[in-house]
Design a protein around this ligand. Structure first.
Ligand SMILES: [Zn+2]
Ligand SMILES: [Zn+2]
Length: 93
């Protein structure tokens, strides 16, 4: 498998990307990207970038953002300011 995930080198991530710790099962999700490369560690081990990307929804009125961390997005109907929140980054990976 071709990847740039050389230990310690870091990877470029998208918003919603998820890293998992192979030792304790901790998961982190990227809320904001700055264009740098990321190489999070947990339990003295390199965390693994997993396939899932958490969907992000934005309120068109106030700009609030939420991230679906767990569950089924087919059933999710996020509402803010009395309006449905929208996914701005759908398909960007
Ligand atoms: Zn850990
Ligand atoms: Zn709002």
């Amino acid at each position: 498998m071709k990847s740039n995930a050389t230990p310690g080198a870091g990877v470029t991530v998208v918003r919603g990307a998820v890293f998992s710790c192979p030792v304790c099962g901790a998961e982190i999700s990227v809320v904001r990207t700055g264009g740098g490369t990321m190489s999070p560690r947990c339990c003295n081990t390199q965390m693994v970038l997993i396939k899932r990307v958490n969907p992000i929804y934005v309120c068109p009125t106030c700009g609030s953002e939420i991230m679906l961390v767990r569950g089924n997005k087919e059933r999710l109907e996020p509402v803010c300011c009395n309006r449905p929140m929208k996914m701005p980054v759908a398909g960007s990976l």
